[in-house]
Design a protein around this ligand. Structure first.
Ligand SMILES: *[C@@H]1O[C@H](CO)[C@@H](O)[C@H](O)[C@H]1NC(C)=O
Ligand SMILES: *[C@@H]1O[C@H](CO)[C@@H](O)[C@H](O)[C@H]1NC(C)=O
Ligand SMILES: *[C@@H]1O[C@H](CO)[C@@H](O)[C@H](O)[C@H]1NC(C)=O
Ligand SMILES: *[C@@H]1O[C@H](CO)[C@@H](O)[C@H](O)[C@H]1NC(C)=O
Ligand SMILES: *[C@@H]1O[C@H](CO)[C@@H](O)[C@H](O)[C@H]1NC(C)=O
Length: 185
């Protein structure tokens, strides 16, 4: 609590002194949040609408899931959410009545791949450290080019880390997206 108070004080002071060369790196965020896609220009996506979707763990096996996103559905959305672990700077997904523990988010890696899938699994990879929020939403120090939402392997658009070398145009079933936190009540 004390740490959080200091953090938000720091942000306030930093934003007041706009002439300061020290830019706020972290932005405050709700304790429990949805990650909502916010499409920004870069690809003329000829596929499904990728704007305003909520990220979730798309079931791919027992305790395994991949980051995908679908439209908000209302009250049932309140039964699952992400939270940010300040200790290990990991991003975790959990849900009401979860008895097995939080599901860590992990950026997967493929050599020379322009973009990479994201695991949200309790029986999979450990949490990738180095996530933070700034004014444009979720950031990872391992995904400097941000995030993509693509019509890809699953029935819902899949979320990718755009963190590799781009050798050609991005697929037009993708949109570039920010992932902004939306409070869960
Ligand atoms: C998307 O379409 C607009 C309008 O046709 C065009 O001006 C723009 O260059 C296109 N952008 C990309 C990334 O293809
Ligand atoms: C946060 O991360 C630390 C270090 O990995 C871990 O010990 C702790 O249980 C985590 N807390 C939550 C709420 O995930
Ligand atoms: C959580 O567990 C309680 C008690 O068993 C139950 O009443 C409630 O419906 C459960 N909620 C969800 C979303 O599963
Ligand atoms: C990303 O941040 C994590 C946690 O602070 C750190 O361990 C890691 O070395 C950083 N990686 C890069 C590429 O900066
Ligand atoms: C947020 O961080 C990313 C990656 O470091 C950076 O590209 C972006 O400009 C930052 N946004 C703001 C508003 O500072």
């Amino acid at each position: 609590m004390l740490l959080a108070a200091f953090a938000s004080l720091g942000l306030t002071l930093a934003s007041l002194t706009s002439a300061s060369p020290l830019k706020p790196r972290q932005a405050s965020h709700p304790d429990r949040f949805h990650l909502q896609t916010q499409v920004y220009p870069g690809i003329n996506d000829s596929g499904t609408n990728k704007n305003g979707l909520f990220v979730f763990s798309y079931h791919t096996g027992a305790g395994l899931g991949m980051a995908a996103a679908d439209p908000p559905t209302g009250p049932s959305d309140e039964n699952s959410w992400f939270y940010f672990n300040d200790t290990d700077t990991g991003l975790y997904w959990t849900y009401t009545n979860n008895t097995i523990g939080p599901w860590p988010t992990a950026l997967l890696y493929g050599p020379y791949q322009a973009f990479n899938p994201i695991s949200i699994s309790i029986a999979g990879e450990d949490a990738t450290p180095g996530f933070f929020f700034n004014q444009t939403g979720l950031q990872s120090n391992l995904s400097e080019n941000g995030w993509l939402a693509c019509d890809w392997w699953y029935q819902d658009p899949q979320i990718f880390a755009f963190n590799g070398h781009l050798a050609g145009p991005l697929p037009t079933s993708c949109s570039r997206v920010n992932l902004v936190p939306v409070a869960v009540t």
